[in-house]
Write a protein that binds this ligand. Structure first.
Ligand code: FNR
Length: 379
């Protein structure tokens, strides 16, 4: 099958990846109400078609946080990407650099920040606050030293939300022997993945993360490890601590409420990502796109407002810009593409977003993304 859309990449990834990883990427928390809302609320927004405008010149470039983005899209931090494609984080970093967009490396990536930086472009770096502050300081210093331009501090995961699919697939909660047998069977029944990712990519251990490995610990259950090691005492004061260790822009990811966005401004953040973690945390909260306009209205003049959650096409990108986002991030779209066909597929997915965005701009009469506003929507 040739992929013509993000949902095609999803289908290809479903076929190629071991079940535990596909379900981990695809799923959300609890009844997946927010996961669905993210996509459906974007779909429900009507663009306003305009005709007979000279649309010869189109500009998709945005400047943000000292960076120039070739289009207002970035690759969101996705944990364990090295399990979906061979040295997956490096493939994503290369595809993003080729498309002129940022790649944000997760704290819980398989590839270290050093390995990703060796692709030639230091990634944006995403921070989860672990209880071990010494290790946090070291991680920040490493990313800083390698030239990561922006820190994305994710604050909506003091504890992982319950994800039923991960329990059913055996990704979490299985006994040690059951987990090993389950993973072995998954590997045998997905030989292309086993050969490419597991044999050639040699991720440290199945289900391990670079951070944990560097701490000298083996991780048998990723979600249990998270629950044990993530620091849920974090408050806005800790942003001062982060800033002492990071003198470049800081973006707070996982803000859904206007009051929290105001707190982010007061705490001195340079940006927020309006996000509910792709419907993977508190199920039942509003979609990101529904939360965006109030936040953009309240704080858009004071810091950069980004959004993620449910963006599946260039049309969605324009809708988010119209409602106040400076740029959007995509999570699952690149994870699916990586699982489906690695760097080339991520490049193709970004190319699709770009051409869809061009169509949306031309037919709404918007020739510069920096000027996208609510007049592009029929609301
Ligand atoms: C994520 N997300 C995430 N966020 C983060 O800050 N650090 C991380 O390690 C991860 N890991 C992760 C793994 C997987 C498999 C997914 C799907 C998501 C959340 C991610 O950055 C982003 O907020 C959402 O994915 C956006 O929603 P969409 O684009 O997937 O709908």
């Amino acid at each position: 099958m040739r992929a013509a859309s993000v949902s095609d990449f999803r289908e290809l990834a479903r076929r190629r990846l071991p079940k535990i990883f596909f379900e981990y990427i695809d799923g959300g928390s609890y009844a997946e109400v927010t996961l669905k809302r993210n996509v459906e609320d974007l779909e429900a927004i009507a663009l306003r078609q305009r005709v007979m405008k000279d649309m010869t010149e189109l500009s998709m470039t945005v400047e943000t946080l000292g960076q120039t983005l070739a289009m207002p899209v970035g690759l969101a931090p996705v944990g364990m990407a090295g399990m979906y494609g061979r040295r997956g984080e490096t493939q994503a970093a290369r595809a993003a650099a080729a498309a002129g967009v940022p790649f944000c490396l997760s704290t819980v990536g398989v590839c270290s920040v050093e390995e990703v930086a060796r692709t030639g472009t230091p990634p944006w770096f995403q921070l989860y606050m672990l209880k071990d502050r010494g290790y946090m300081r070291e991680l920040l210093a490493r990313a800083h030293e390698l030239g990561s331009p922006v820190l994305v501090f994710t604050v909506d995961l003091p504890i992982p939300g319950a994800r039923y699919r991960d329990v059913r697939s055996g990704f979490t909660g299985a006994g040690k022997l059951e987990a090993v047998l389950n993973q072995a069977w998954d590997g045998i029944t997905h030989p292309a993945w086993t050969w490419d990712v597991f044999v050639h990519g040699r991720p440290h251990t199945l289900g391990s993360v670079a951070g944990a490995v560097q701490e000298g610990r083996r991780v048998t259950d990723f979600l249990v490890w998270i629950a044990r090691n993530f620091d849920r005492s974090v408050t806005w004061k800790d942003l001062d601590w982060v800033r002492e260790n990071w003198d470049r822009p800081i973006v707070v990811k996982g803000v859904l409420d206007v009051e929290d966005a105001r707190d982010a401004v007061r705490a001195g953040a340079q940006g927020v990502v309006v996000s509910n973690h792709g419907g993977r945390q508190l199920d039942g909260v509003k979609s990101s796109i529904a939360s965006l306009p109030r936040i953009a209205d309240a704080v858009g003049g004071e810091l950069e407002v980004f959004m993620d959650g449910g963006v599946r096409s260039g049309l969605d990108v324009l809708k988010a810009l119209a409602l106040g986002a400076k740029a959007c991030f995509v999570g699952r779209p690149w994870a699916y593409a990586l699982g489906a066909g690695g760097e080339a597929a991520i490049g193709k997915m970004l190319g699709l977003m770009r051409s869809e965005l061009a169509v949306a701009m031309i037919l709404t009469g918007c020739n510069d993304v920096r000027r996208a506003g609510r007049e592009l929507l029929d609301i």
